[in-house]
Design a protein around this ligand. Structure first.
Ligand SMILES: [Zn+2]
Length: 283
């Protein structure tokens, strides 16, 4: 039966592009030279598809070169429930840390955007699906408190599959903790800009990522609490085209702007310039 099973290998398996040099665009199926993609901030020049990028690449695309100072990098999660699914959580966590060279699913610090200093929290989907555990919640809280204490605007770039189930309630309580820290930041009259990239879902959508004074999304990002498949199965109705995507949410007033990756730095700089010049006038 060997020859028969060979016939069953799907075409895409056979035509696998050699890893490392080329990338297939999920938007238009075109095969793109990786170096060209990198130069274009990982956006397909043909169809505008925004590839997922790491937190470090994201920071490089947003701030002035060399201006980023990382903070709270040593914060990591514990395994208080000693959780085991197909693998021990502590081992899965350790592997993710080694692979990504990050301590958890976000990087926090301060940087310059144009002439403006800002506090920054940037999530990374490659680290356990950007899941929100106690370390991520703690880092978002710490950077928010730092922004409040130093009277800085705060920018958080979210991408997340939701709460980190392996940490149970310790993960869920991060929603309240981060929101409380942001309320103090807001009360001090400071600006919080929330940037949402594909995908932003679950507990992160249900907490800090939706609390921005200005909420900006990358094009065609999935932004939701429960995903479209779950909703479709629950209400047994066909959902409209583009449901829960950035453009749909902009049309319905959930977010304020849709900004392509190539324009994100300039847009953030424009907003920060505007707030800072107004504050100077107030004084
Ligand atoms: Zn494309």
């Amino acid at each position: 039966m060997g020859w028969f099973s060979k016939l069953l290998v799907p075409d895409r398996e056979k035509s696998k592009v050699p890893q490392g040099l080329w990338e297939k665009c999920p938007g238009c199926q075109r095969v793109i030279y990786k170096k060209d993609l990198e130069k274009n901030l990982w956006v397909c020049a043909q169809c505008g598809y925004h590839f997922k990028i790491s937190a470090r690449d994201r920071i490089n695309s947003l701030v002035e070169p060399g201006s980023f100072t990382e903070m709270f990098s040593d914060v990591g999660s514990q395994d208080p429930l000693e959780f085991v699914d197909t693998e021990k959580y502590c081992e899965r966590y350790k592997k993710s840390r080694e692979k990504s060279k990050m301590n958890d699913a976000c990087i926090t610090g301060s940087a310059m955007i144009g002439r403006n200093k800002a506090a920054l929290g940037v999530m990374d989907f490659y680290f356990m699906g950007g899941s929100m555990g106690s370390a991520l919640g703690e880092k978002i809280t710490l950077i928010t408190e730092y922004a409040t204490a130093n009277r800085l605007p705060l920018i958080i770039v979210s991408t997340s599959g939701g709460a980190r189930m392996q940490e149970g309630i310790f993960s869920l309580m991060q929603m309240a903790k981060t929101s409380a820290a942001l309320a103090v930041h807001a009360k001090a009259g400071l600006m919080f800009i929330s940037v949402l990239v594909d995908p932003t879902t679950g507990g992160v959508t249900a907490s800090y990522s939706m609390l921005g004074d200005i909420i900006i999304a990358e094009p065609n990002a999935l932004i939701c609490f429960a995903g479209p498949r779950v909703i479709e199965q629950t209400i047994r109705q066909k959902l409209p085209e583009g449901f829960q995507r950035s453009e749909f949410l902009l049309k319905h007033g959930i977010i304020d702007m849709v900004v392509p990756r190539s324009e994100m730095h300039d847009k953030l700089m424009f907003i920060l310039d505007f707030i800072n010049s107004n504050q100077r006038t107030d004084e």
